[in-house]
Every structure is written in structure tokens, then in C-alpha cells.
Design a protein around this ligand. Sequence first.
Ligand SMILES: Nc1ncnc2c1ncn2[C@@H]1O[C@H](COP(=O)(O)OP(=O)(O)OP(=O)(O)O)[C@@H](O)[C@H]1O
Ligand SMILES: [Mg+2]
Length: 376
Amino acid sequence: MQPQDRILERLARVRDPELGATIVELGMVGAVRVTGRVAHVEVALTTASCPLRSDIERDVREAVLELEDIDEIEVTMGVLDPAAKASLMRTARALAQARAPQTSIPRRAPVFMIASGKGGVGKSSISANVAIALAKTGLRVGVLDADIWGFSLARLLDITGDVEVRGAKMIPLERSVGAGSVALLSMGHLADEKQALLWRGLMVQKAVAQFIEDADWSQVDVMVIDTPPGTGDIVMTLARLLPHMGQVVVTTPSKAAQHVAARAADFASKSHIRLLGVIENMSGFACECGKVHAPLGVGGGRELAQELGVELLAKIPLRGDVADGGDDGLPVAWHEDGEGPFQELARRLMGLAPSLIPVGCTARLLDALDHAVTEA
Ligand SMILES: Nc1ncnc2c1ncn2[C@@H]1O[C@H](COP(=O)(O)OP(=O)(O)OP(=O)(O)O)[C@@H](O)[C@H]1O
Ligand SMILES: [Mg+2]
């Protein structure tokens, strides 16, 4: 075996801890040369400021210096060009999907995660309403309330009761909605609010994992996941278990919200889940006086979408009936006709669904997604 090949063999043991694959698999190794007993190795990172830079460099050195005929190594750290970065993201995503545990969620069912770096922007209200709007089109919609401490969907959707366990699997509680149905699992079904507050760290991750792995979602056509604010353990567990899901970021029109909301998008790019678009909630309020007031500002959603290189999927106005519907367990989308903002949002999301199905993705869609990722 040539010295270069032996070096490559060693490098194939060095993993990028963040991407969870070897630097060879990920195409991060450039030229490898040997002069005498000195190895020269080029390694390209996704960004120059990669926080794992020194770890990777150290691991490369150690791996190569184990070879008996190499005394020294010169490592040149560079940055991948956009095309190589897009290809790396594709590989990382495919590897994450291949390694993801099997769940009962059918492969053909798109999974939409509603997230935001910011609290109180309307994630739960949107999850509830979009689930209703999707169900009204005849779909069986699975809803996972992944907000373990701050669960609210049992109340918002008025789906309460005890969860049945059949064949060691939890059966989500189902409610008929128009031609379809909504099936929900929430901590609200398993614990009272005081108990939920006592849950911490690992237990929380375990609860989310159980809602996915130990529940029977086999009947759903589409999944909607409501998340707590931020990018903590819960969202990370979701990304690990459901790497093929698409994330939608919710923001209000204000600039401050936009910046905090964007952290969720940053998370999507780091964990290789697809960022589908932005929803601006609490946009202008249509007053009886005939004017549209904008108490929370204007344009935050569009700006965030532009910044992230994705679509602005919906602008949901500030409306009293959105809040009232939550209190009554009758989300406003229940009464909305086909033209309401949540129906429109449901249509847009289903339009993006083909990009989330693990098999049969077209190259064109992948390219568009990779473009969004590399621009982020
Ligand atoms: N478009 C809207 N018009 C009027 N009120 C709204 C709208 N969207 C959400 N609300 C209200 O704003 C409050 C916060 O909404 P919601 O609980 O859905 O936000 P959240 O992002 O899920 O919050 P958290 O981060 O705490 O989980 C609720 O009282 C809800 O009824
Ligand atoms: Mg919420």
C-alpha cells in the first residue's frame, strides 16, 4: 500500500464530532503527500471559525503520527468551497437519516417542526391551527406537543383523556376534524402541570424520545410538532430522531423578535434539518375603524426570510379570535373557510412536503435546499 493510502486509511478514523461522520466520508480531506518521513495533509472545514477546528487538527495529527514511517505531519486547515460544502451537507444529512432510529411515522408522512428561538410568538397557536387546517382537507394529522414543561396543545385542541397503551405503544388521542382527524400526544395527557415542572434534563429528552419511539404514529399522513422556545435539549433530540423533518421558524414583525427567532434557523443548519420557511405571526391588526394597526412593527418576517434565503410562508394577523379560539379549545381554523391564513399556510406546507420525503427527493429540490443552507 502506498504511504498516501495508509495515511488516508488513518484519516478515515477521524470523525467530525458535530457532523457525526468521518472527515473522509464528508469530503473534508484534500491533498495528501509524503516527503521522506513527513506527511502533508490538507483538511477543509465548513467555516474558518469552526469551533472544532483544533480538535479535528489534533485528531488528524494523532491518527497519522501513529504510522511507523511518519515522524512529522504538516496539517493545512482550509475552508470548503460552496459546492463542496453543499455536497458535505448532503452527505451529512443522508448519514443522519440512515442512522436515525426507525419510528412508526410512515416514510411518506412529512414532519413539520414549528420552532422559534423566542417564546410567546405563537408557535403553539400556529401548530394547533395548522393541524386543524390540514385535517379539514381530509388528512390524518399527528400532533406532537414537544413542549414538555409548557405543554398547551391538549387545551388548545381540546383533546383530553388518558392515553391508551396497546402492544407497548402509546396511542395518540384522536379527534375527528372535518374529513380528517387530529391525533395528539402531549405531556398534558400524562402529567399535571406541577409534575411536569419537576422534569429535568435527561428525563425530558427521554419523554420526547418516548413520544416518538414508543408511540404508534403509523396511521398519520402528516406530523406537526410544537416545540418549546429556543434550541435546547428537546429540539436537539427531535433533530436526532427525525432528521428528515422540516423546520418552520415563527417570528413576530418586530426586529428584536426576528433576531432571536433566527437562532432556531441557525440550529437547523447546524443539525442538518431542512429549514422550510418563516411564518410571521401577529402581523397587522385590522381595526373596526377601517385601518390596519401594526403594534408589533412591520416586515420582520419578510426580512428574516430574506436573510435566511427561504420563503415567507404566511403572515398571520393579530386577531382576537386566535387567542379566544385557544381558550375555547376551538382553534380559529376550525371555522375558517378555504381562504383563511391557516388554510393557505397548510397548502403551502403540503406544497413543500415532497422535499421532506426521504426517498425520491429530486436533485432540483436538494440543490435548492443546499443553496439555502450554504447561504445561511
Ligand atoms: N395571531 C394572533 N393573534 C392574537 N393572539 C395571538 C396570535 N397568535 C398567538 N396569540 C396569543 O399569544 C399568546 C402566545 O401564543 P402561543 O402560546 O401560541 O405562543 P408560543 O410561541 O407557543 O409560546 P411559548 O413560547 O410560551 O410556547 C397566546 O395567548 C395566544 O393566544
Ligand atoms: Mg407554546
